[in-house]
Design a protein around this ligand. Structure first.
Ligand code: PHE
Length: 368
C-alpha cells in the first residue's frame, strides 16, 4: 500500500493530490482504517504493527506535503517566467486630461490683469433682480430687460402665482451678464477705497445658435478711483488686448454705443488683417481687405451705478467693460463653433485643449 500511495502521489497534480489525501487519510480512508485496527489488537501485536502503520501514515502525510510544495513552487516559477518585463517595450503612458480653452483663457486674463494691479472678484450665478438690473440702472420697465433674454428662477407654477410673486418681489434670475459683480465689488470695498477688479464667470441668456449658447462666459472689468477718464479705459483695453493676442500692432476703435450702466458708453472693435485668406487679429482695421471685429462693451460707470454701489459719484469715477470669454478664445485659438465648447467631445478637447505643460498657467500648474 505504501509503495502504491507514494507512486500515485509522485505523479499527481494538485487536484489529484487532494483526492489521494482523502482516499488515504480521510475519515474513511485506507490508512485511517488501518489505524483504527490498532485498538482491537493484543499488546504484542500492537507493538509489532503499530510502528509500521504509524510509519505508513507519516510517510504518506510527508509525501503529500512535499509533492504539494514542489507543485506550488513549479507553478510560481512558471508564473514568474511568464511575467518577465520586456524593458524594450514602449511605455504605457497614462491618459491625462487637458485644460479646457475657457479655463485657459480665464487664467490668461487673470495673469494679464494681475500685472496691471487687478484682483479677481466673483459673484453668484443666481442673482437678485436688483443686482442684475435695478442697481445697474435698468429699472423694471426698461427695454434692456427684454434684450437680455433672461432666465427667471421661477418658484411658482401658475400665471396667477407668477403675477402675485412679481407683486411681492421680482423672482431671482440667472445673471445675464457679469456686471452685477460691479455692484458687489463696490459694496464689499465699502465706498471709500479705489477698486481694480476683473470678474470672470458664467452668464446665462435664453439664446442658442452657432455663436450663442444659453450658458456662456464673460469677464467684467471695473476700476473705481478719483480722476478716472476714458483715456484710462482706452489704455487699459489696449494693453490688455496686446498682451492677450500677443501682438504689438493691435488697433482699437471705440464706437459710441449705449449701455444703461455706463455713460458715455463705447463698443470696442479690434482691427484684423487678412493673412492667407484668414482673419487675423492685429493691424489693418481698414485697407488691404482687413476690418474691425467687435470684442467688448465698455464705458464710464454711470453716476447712478456708482451711487448704488455705495460710492459718492461727485468724488469717485470709474470705467467698466464686459467681454465674452468664449469669443476671445475663439478669436485667439481659431475655433469656429461656440457650441463645441460645451459638448465635452474628447476629440475636440484633445485638439484644442491645453496639456497643462504647454503654458504655465493657474489651471495648468507651473509645468514640469
Ligand atoms: N454687461 C454688458 C453686456 O453683457 C457689457 C458691459 C459691461 C458694457 C460693462 C459696459 C460696461 O453686454
Amino acid at each position: 500500500m505504501k509503495a502504491d500511495l507514494l507512486a500515485a502521489i509522485g505523479g499527481a497534480d494538485l487536484a489529484r493530490l487532494e483526492d489521494i489525501r482523502v482516499f488515504a487519510l480521510g475519515k474513511s480512508g485506507r490508512v485511517t482504517a488501518l489505524l483504527k485496527t490498532l485498538g482491537g489488537m493484543s499488546p504484542e501485536e500492537r507493538q509489532a504493527k503499530g510502528p509500521v502503520i504509524h510509519g505508513l501514515r507519516e510517510a504518506v502525510t510527508e509525501a503529500l506535503a512535499s509533492r504539494k510544495a514542489s507543485l506550488e513552487r513549479e507553478a510560481l516559477d512558471a508564473r514568474l517566467a511568464g511575467e518577465t518585463l520586456d524593458m524594450t517595450l514602449p511605455a504605457d503612458v497614462p491618459a491625462s486630461g487637458t485644460v479646457h480653452p475657457v479655463s485657459q483663457v480665464m487664467d490668461e486674463l487673470a495673469e494679464i490683469f494681475a500685472d496691471l494691479g487687478f484682483a479677481v472678484a466673483t459673484g453668484p450665478e443666481i442673482e437678485t433682480d436688483w443686482y442684475n438690473f435695478t442697481a445697474l440702472n435698468i429699472p423694471e420697465t426698461h427695454p434692456a430687460r427684454a434684450m437680455h433674454d433672461t432666465f427667471y428662477v421661477d418658484p411658482t407654477s401658475t400665471e396667477r402665482e407668477i403675477v402675485d410673486q412679481w407683486a411681492k418681489a421680482p423672482p431671482m434670475v440667472l445673471r445675464t451678464h457679469t456686471s452685477p459683480v460691479q455692484i458687489r465689488a463696490m459694496q464689499a470695498a465699502g465706498g471709500d477705497t479705489p477698486i481694480r477688479i476683473i470678474a470672470p464667470g458664467r452668464t446665462y441668456r435664453s439664446d442658442s445658435d452657432a455663436t450663442h449658447t444659453p450658458m456662456f462666459h464673460q469677464v467684467e472689468g471695473l476700476v473705481i478711483d478719483k480722476g478716472i477718464t476714458l483715456g484710462h479705459l482706452k489704455w487699459t483695453l489696449e494693453t490688455f488686448l496686446k498682451a492677450f493676442f500677443e501682438r504689438d500692432d493691435i488697433v482699437l476703435r471705440l464706437r459710441p454705443s449705449y449701455f444703461p450702466f455706463t455713460e458715455p458708453s463705447a463698443e470696442v472693435d479690434v482691427g484684423y488683417s487678412i493673412v492667407n485668406d484668414k482673419r487675423v487679429i492685429g493691424g489693418s482695421g481698414g485697407g488691404n481687405g482687413g476690418g474691425w471685429m467687435e470684442v467688448l462693451g465698455s464705458g464710464m460707470v454711470h453716476r447712478k451705478v456708482i451711487a448704488a454701489g455705495g460710492y459718492d459719484p461727485d468724488q469717485w469715477q470709474g470705467f467698466a467693460f464686459g467681454c465674452g470669454i468664449d469669443r476671445l478664445a475663439m478669436l485667439k485659438y481659431g475655433m469656429d463653433d461656440l457650441r463645441a465648447f460645451f459638448d465635452g467631445d474628447v476629440r475636440w478637447l484633445k485638439h484644442y485643449g491645453f496639456s497643462g505643460l504647454d503654458v504655465p498657467t493657474l489651471s495648468g500648474g507651473v509645468g514640469a
